[in-house]
Design a protein around this ligand. Sequence first.
Ligand code: ARG
Length: 463
Amino acid sequence: MTKNKNNQAIWGTRIKNRTSSHFQKVGNSIDIDKRLYKEDIVGSIAHVEMLFKQKIISFKIKNKIIYGLNKIEKEISNKKLEFNKKYEDIHMNIEKRLFQIIGEEAGYIHTARSRNDQVITDLKIWIKSSTKYINIVLDKVISSTLKLAEKNIDTIMPGFTHLKNAQAISFAHYLMAYVEMFNRDKKRFINNLDNLDESPLGVAALTGTSFSIDRHYTARKLGFKKPTNNSVDTVSDRDFVLDFLYSVSVCSMHISRIAEELIIWNSDAFNLINLSDKVVTGSSIMPQKKNPDLLEYLRGKSGSAYGNLFSMLTILKGLPLSYFKDLQDDKEIIFKSNDTLLDCLKIFDELLKNLNPNKKEMIKLANTGYITATDLADYLVKNFSMPFRKAYQKTAAIVNLAEKKKKRLDELSIEDLKKIEPKLTNDVLKVFDLRNSVDSKKSYGGTSFENIKKMIIKYKKQK
Ligand code: ARG
């Protein structure tokens, strides 16, 4: 193999002095990018098949290289290959091993390609399959959310704005809001694939190559829609990394929002949900404590997802074209974001299965804060053809009266109500019923029981 006397890296033929030990420490990425070994081998096989098809290498050499690569794949899968930091990254470690297995002819593998196109090919293939896996896990979360929603169509709670009681809703309707978010997350990940679906392989270092390669062939072989259009853009582009990191950030943010809400609801002050012992932890000093640590973990982890997105944006800011070492950090960032998101989704799924609404407390809280005031205003509009603004003022006067008398709206007598709107009769009392209030929101997307049932069925069918 091509190496200098110190048995240094492949490019050591020209660079005679030993690389500074500091750089040796930080310059390699094998501990991180070894995760790409399968993608790297698949890419290399497609590349040598293309080289053979284009008569750039012989049938014999092609077969030898593919034999070697398959052997290396098995060795790595069986943890039989020891990686060497001296060879920097997964690409060079595999190439080095190929020389050991098949000898000098291994050197043909790097005809008409560079690590610059190789690494992005690997990464794009990896992101594609990771996107599929994230979507499978998101589907599980959606189906657990649907199950919990299905059990709680009748569970009435206060809907909040500004964390103040606003209007009554079904707990299922609240949960279904997250089904919408997770469904959009799925789409967001999938939408990224459209831009990403172009094969970088064969743009070589940055200019393309004088060999008569067939990039359409390798693109097809590797499952890409087409090859990329511009060689300089190809080796410089990490937009697809940003898209992925952004999608992870949005999904983490959704999890963080529900986690925060559930933490509040689990507090002694709210007491709206119970968490089973499987998903709480104790305190080292306060024996009575059952803390929602896992929810707190989920809430916090959105921070690292945003951090990763910003790291990558910052690496790319002002970076001239084309390849620079700065870009090597993309993989660590992607893997971290990916792994943390998957942990969060799996933990969240577990939480959904270990969470029960405290129905009594939910309804009790929903009965405070004059939560049916908007229903009363709507009633006035509908029954006495009053403009909404006028009905709003009358209702506000009724709320003021109730507040003064220290009564709930449904505890006011019809005489009290008539003082403010003489046309009112006993018929109005039904608007103070929370079930009636929830079920009256029949407009598309509203919290009526019928709407919720339809949405649950729609999403169950979608899977
Ligand atoms: N390990 C490198 C990376 O991830 C591969 C590309 C190396 N290219 C180079 N010109 N040094 O970015």
